[in-house]
Design a protein around this ligand. Structure first.
Ligand code: NAD
Length: 368
């Protein structure tokens, strides 16, 4: 693999390999862009088959975080890290403390959080060695479970979409089909029920289905039926790539708006939805509530402030819809435009004031 070629392709700033023989640590930190502030992103622990797989994954994920933070109005850049290992068998206090020491050496250019394969307990070990970590235990100033905030952001995003299609922000009486009733999907159903929406739900786990039906009186369908059920809003809250060549022609919804990451199998499926007259709320914008909430820890966690910021997702989706109309592009492309325009605007502002594109970062280093 030609690493520098790979970095140049999407203008990555830094790729850091961390190795500690004593603890068995093999980790990689990717910092994509710090124009808006320090790079924040989770640490994924996964038994990657090859080192190249790990590099490709961490680079892809780090770039995604740049767009997500920028489009969410956060003063943060994009970064991510991976630990090569099995989260079920390879975890230890020393491994995460060793990783924490590496994070500390980056001086705040990268702030680590949880991701697939890592937990609050792991973040607590990292915290022993560095303050550049969020998602720690609530007793240590952490922000707790992000899922209710992600669900709240999804509801806010749905309001903007519903307004576009039905000329009202009310979700009362709207039929919402929810795929996946886990941490986010369960909270989403609660919020939608409070709004008076009609719920159609599915999950491969029957206990989750029973809970939601018992609490909110939702109608249940088989997992294979949810994508073709007639509804106002389809909310994918389980898997990625549910919008693909096979599913687009058979959708019977007006809006796709859920928490799942990478909802579109490929970027071109955003255009395919638009062609069918289906409004798509870009995944990384509508599902940013958890990120916005955890990022609040950097200012000393305040739930009310975090909630207010998550509520702004409604306005963000509205702006994306406006860009989509302005540029005549699908909403997923408009979301990228929103992110890039903000980075360009702030980047040029920094150069004006400090003569250095990363002036803001050097200022922040003192305050974090
Ligand atoms: P979760 O694991 O708690 O819930 C996922 C649910 O989907 C589970 O109940 C599972 O049984 C169900 N499921 C799996 N396959 C299914 C299928 N084929 N059909 C129907 N149901 C199926 O995960 P979560 O934390 O609720 O996250 C849901 C999605 O939202 C994921 O894609 C995640 O990456 C994304 N997301 C979550 C957060 C967050 O704050 N938790 C933030 C941003 C994005």
């Amino acid at each position: 693999m030609q690493v520098f070629e790979k970095l140049a392709e999407y203008r990555y700033e830094q790729l850091v390999f961390c190795h500690d023989k004593a603890t068995g640590l093999r980790a990689i930190v990717a910092i994509h862009d710090t124009t808006l502030g320090p790079a924040l992103g989770g640490c994924r622990m996964y038994p990657y088959a090859t080192e190249e797989d790990a590099v490709v994954d961490v680079l892809r994920l780090a770039r995604g975080m740049t767009y997500k933070a920028a489009a969410s109005g956060l003063n943060l850049g994009g970064g991510k890290s991976v630990i090569i290992g099995d989260p079920y068998t390879d975890k230890s206090e020393t491994l995460f403390r060793s990783f924490g020491r590496y994070i500390e050496t980056l001086g705040g250019r990268y702030i680590v959080a949880e991701d697939v394969g890592t937990s609050t307990e792991d973040a607590n070990f990292i915290r022993v060695e560095t303050s550049y970590v969020v998602g720690v235990d609530v007793t240590r100033g952490g922000s707790g479970d992000p899922s209710p905030f992600t669900a709240l952001g999804v509801v806010q995003g749905m309001r903007a979409c519903v307004e576009e299609i039905f000329s009202t922000t009310s979700l009362e009486g709207r039929t919402v089909a929810v795929q996946g009733l886990g941490h986010v999907g369960g909270n989403l159903c609660r919020l939608l029920a409070e709004e008076g929406a009609r719920l159609i739900v599915t999950d491969v786990d029957s206990r989750s289905v029973e809970r939601v039906v018992g609490e909110f009186g939702a109608k249940v369908v088989e997992p294979g039926e949810i994508l073709t059920i007639p509804c106002d809003i389809l909310a994918p809250c389980a898997l990625g790539a549910v919008i693909n060549d096979d599913t687009v022609p058979n959708l019977r919804c007006r809006i796709v708006a859920g928490s799942a990451n990478n909802v579109l199998a490929e970027s071109r499926h955003g255009a395919a939805l638009a062609e069918r007259g289906i409004l798509y709320a870009p995944d990384y914008v509508i599902n940013a509530g958890g990120l916005i909430n955890v990022a609040d820890e950097l200012e000393g966690y305040n739930e009310r402030r975090a909630t207010k910021r998550v509520m702004r997702i409604e306005g963000r989706i509205r702006r994306i819809l406006a860009i989509s109309r302005r540029d005549g592009v699908p909403t997923n492309v408009a979301a990228d435009t929103l992110a890039l325009e903000r980075i360009a605007a702030i980047g040029s502002m920094e150069r004006l004031h400090t003569g250095h594109p990363y002036g803001q970062l050097s200022r922040r280093r003192e305050t974090i």
